[in-house]
Write a protein that binds this ligand. Structure first.
Ligand SMILES: *Cc1c(COP(=O)(O)O)cnc(C)c1O
Length: 384
């Protein structure tokens, strides 16, 4: 049985992996080296310089390709470095359509960096397929999707976006950071590129900053590999090792994140002091049908607004939490709480933020894999 035929819960452990050639090490060694001895100029064993390639990074890249059902994986020094490489496929004048409820750092990279290089970005609620199509013109080259969205948990129909991309001959890229390949496989749904902030669920232990791209197509992989090497934002051997170790437990962690996410979402929904809870597993979530179709489960990210909707009320809650740590980021084994308006989404102007629902009182939870009863008790004491 080749690695390709394995089921997902085995691919996380074995996908693209084989014992190290030197001594049979089962875990890939951390090849902490910048360069490799050559017997004669060009006479190397597959690696010449670690920006261009490193065996530990190559092991991670093979794992990434395997778990996303792609053929080629590329690991970067951060999620944003991975997005940066995709944007460098574009030329001045090219247009990109993306969601209006986007990770703040992606928005900042698009607006504050790439607009100055002549790219044009349109931000629309991509749950509305017709609204996306309205923004497409002869200069459009790329659809950039993030689903579920951060922090509003909107769900975008990847197959519908793939149909638009095919009709208008566009590239479709999906930021799969929130869902992970445990929950959804964008390449199987018609995307050309999957992107990850592996800093989050893939690494899973809040101990690295790493980014990833996975594609099926060889020509696209070659272009991205060229950019990865030419621009140089690669992921180091130690971080590659840690991310690979994280991926080996992705399926068990995700299963628990989903179970705890449901318990926390349902607790908040029933709480009299909570105004609104955003979680795609609720049947009355506006995109629940799409979520149920394209995702295996609904994940561990939950956002909510306390009643009275004040900035101060939200701050008071996040300051009182003890098991949940007030911190940026998500996807680690430990539960985190964030206040998007002042933290992850502060780089988006207030009017833009509020248009997509990121009000000053919104709180975002990354529900970890602790005992759910402790998480609920912590919320109980903080909300009162
Ligand atoms: C964190 C995050 C990013 C950026 O990744 P970094 O690893 O922090 O550079 C991009 N997209 C989403 C959805 C994220 O959560």
């Amino acid at each position: 049985m080749s690695n390709k035929d394995l089921r997902f819960n085995s691919k996380t452990i074995h996908g693209g992996q084989s014992p190290d050639k030197a001594y049979g090490a089962v875990m890939p060694p951390i090849y902490q080296t910048s360069t490799y001895a050559q017997s004669t100029p060009g006479g190397h064993q597959g690696f010449e310089y670690s920006r261009s390639g490193n065996p530990t990074r190559a092991a991670l890249e093979a794992s990434l390709a395997s778990i996303e059902n792609g053929n080629y994986g590329l690991a970067f020094g951060s999620g944003l470095a991975a997005i940066d490489a995709v944007m460098k496929l574009m030329k001045p004048g090219d247009e990109i359509v993306s969601t209006n409820d986007l990770y703040g750092g992606s928005y900042r990279l698009f607006k504050k960096v790439f607009e100055d290089f002549g790219l044009k970005f349109h931000f629309v609620g991509m749950q509305d397929v017709a609204a996306v199509e309205e923004k497409i013109n002869e200069n459009t080259r790329l659809l950039w999707v993030e689903t579920p969205t951060n922090p509003m948990m909107n769900v975008i129909d990847i197959e519908a976006m793939a149909a638009l991309a095919e009709k208008h001959k566009l590239l479709l890229a999906v930021d799969n950071t929130f869902a992970t390949p445990y929950l959804q496989l964008p390449l199987d749904l018609g995307a050309d590129i999957v992107m990850h902030s592996a800093t989050k669920y893939l690494g899973g232990h809040s101990d690295v900053v790493v980014g990833a791209l996975v594609v099926k197509d060889k020509e696209l992989a070659d272009k991205l590999y060229f950019l990865q090497n030419a621009s140089g934002a690669v992921c180091g051997p130690m971080d590659s090792f840690l991310t690979l170790r994280g991926i080996k437990t992705l399926h068990v962690r995700m299963q628990r994140h989903c179970e705890n996410g449901r318990i926390v979402a349902e607790y908040l929904k029933a709480h009299p002091a909570i105004e609104k809870v955003y979680w795609p597993g609720f049947e009355d979530h506006p995109n629940h049908d799409v979520a149920a179709r394209q995702m295996r489960d609904f994940g561990g990210m939950v956002s909510f607004v306390p009643k009275g909707s004040s900035y101060d009320a939200a701050i008071a809650i996040v300051e009182k939490l003890k098991v949940f740590t007030l911190a940026e980021s998500l996807g680690g084994v430990e539960s985190l709480a964030g206040h998007p308006a002042s933290m992850t989404h502060a780089s988006i102007p207030k009017e833009e933020r509020e248009k997509s629902g990121v009000v000053d009182s919104l709180i975002r939870l990354s529900v970890g894999i602790e005992d759910a009863a402790d998480l609920v008790a912590d919320l109980e004491q903080a909300i009162g």
